[in-house]
Design a protein around this ligand. Sequence first.
Ligand SMILES: [Zn+2]
Length: 159
Amino acid sequence: MKREDYITWDQYFMGIALLSAERSKDNNTQVGACIVDKNNKILSVGYNGMPTGCNDDEMPWDREGEFLDTKYAFVCHAELNAILNYNGPSLDGATLYVTLFPCNECAKAIIQKGIKEVVYVSDKYADSPATIASKKMLDMAGVNVRRFEPKGQELIIDL
Ligand SMILES: [Zn+2]
């Protein structure tokens, strides 16, 4: 008899996105992403952070204030990092697992790279213009979007 309580593909890939988010240095928002091909092979991962070479300790992490004093001018989102971290030939037809619904800027990159499905956990900024614009573009471009359905199955990883 085979083992029955193994995790599903969805749980596996979202689990990797959730684990990736734990690498984030952002005190307020930790986001992780995992890109997978049609054959359930992982192509790339990412989390929100400063661009390579930009010192985490010198860059601002604030949300308020002048634009240049906030993280918004600098942080690279998890989805974009996962896309940019990919070194292979194509993301065409891939699925993106992400812990927070993608913003409009990430949606552009998702669409332009041919990613065909987005699976997300949280949609806490659903009312923001960035998310509304994102949904409009993803919908028009025919990207399938679905919410990850947690099964209440907790897994403790002793690190
Ligand atoms: Zn984004």
